[in-house]
Ligand binder design. Structure first.
Ligand code: URA
Length: 229
């Protein structure tokens, strides 16, 4: 039996880069020659540090100014981010943006990235269902997050959820217990721990959802103070 690709699948295909992802420049992947976020982004296009690149459309690198005071770290790109090549542009990104707006944090002035830079998913029919990155994938991609931290040297890093916290702190941490805490790493970097905005999206009950949104807004107001300090 022959099957016809769905229009969504065709749209996805059309958005994929026309040619295979270029092989990385060997001297760039070695690391010492990466002197800017632009160079890091370009080198990461050819990343083969873990197998996730095989099924993803493209590397989704961080975005924002190189002199940002704060870096926000999510988990990994979702379906829409994978297609757009930009972090936090899908439903979780819209929730994140609206709360940043309420906290009067200008997203254009902060750097937004992910612990893992390729979309990991399970195909289910026409849909691609988000799948959690494992410890090996988080560790492999930490190389890029460390590069971003090194180049930007932010005053504060915000870990949005467990994967980001694990990557930034080098171990699994209980988010509900540590939420709102600022942890100082051995290298002096301050890490603010909170939930991932997608957690709010998953709450069904309207009042509970609103309450959780308020809590996240309070976290962002604290982040704003810490960024200024
Ligand atoms: N969730 C994330 O953690 N990152 C994104 O970029 C989008 C959704």
């Amino acid at each position: 039996m022959t099957t016809t690709p769905s229009s969504t699948a065709l749209q996805r295909e059309a958005k994929r880069p026309a040619s295979p992802i270029p092989a990385p420049e060997p001297e760039l992947t070695a690391g010492e020659d990466i002197a800017s976020i632009g160079e890091a982004r370009e080198a990461a296009l050819g990343c083969r540090r873990c197998p996730l690149w095989r099924d993803a459309t493209q590397t989704v690198f961080g975005e924002g100014p190189e002199n940002a005071d704060a870096i926000f770290v999510g988990e990994q790109p979702g379906d829409q981010e994978d297609l757009a090549g930009k972090p936090f542009v899908g439903p979780a990104g819209k929730m994140f943006d609206s709360i940043l707006d309420d906290a009067e944090i200008d997203r254009r002035k902060v750097y937004v990235t992910n612990a893992v830079k390729h979309f990991k998913f399970e195909p289910r029919g026409k849909r691609r269902i988000h799948s959690k990155p494992n410890a090996g994938e988080i560790q492999a991609c930490r190389w890029w997050l460390d590069k971003e931290l090194d180049l930007i040297k932010p005053k504060l890093v915000v870990a949005l959820g467990a994967t980001a916290a694990q990557s930034l702190l080098g171990k699994a941490v209980p988010i509900t217990r540590m939420r709102g805490d600022v942890i100082q790493r051995e290298d002096g970097l301050r890490v603010f721990v909170t939930i991932h905005p997608s957690f709010i999206l998953r709450i069904r009950e309207r009042e509970d959802k609103e309450a959780e949104r308020e809590r996240f807004l309070k976290d962002m107001l604290k982040v704003k103070q810490l960024m200024a300090a």
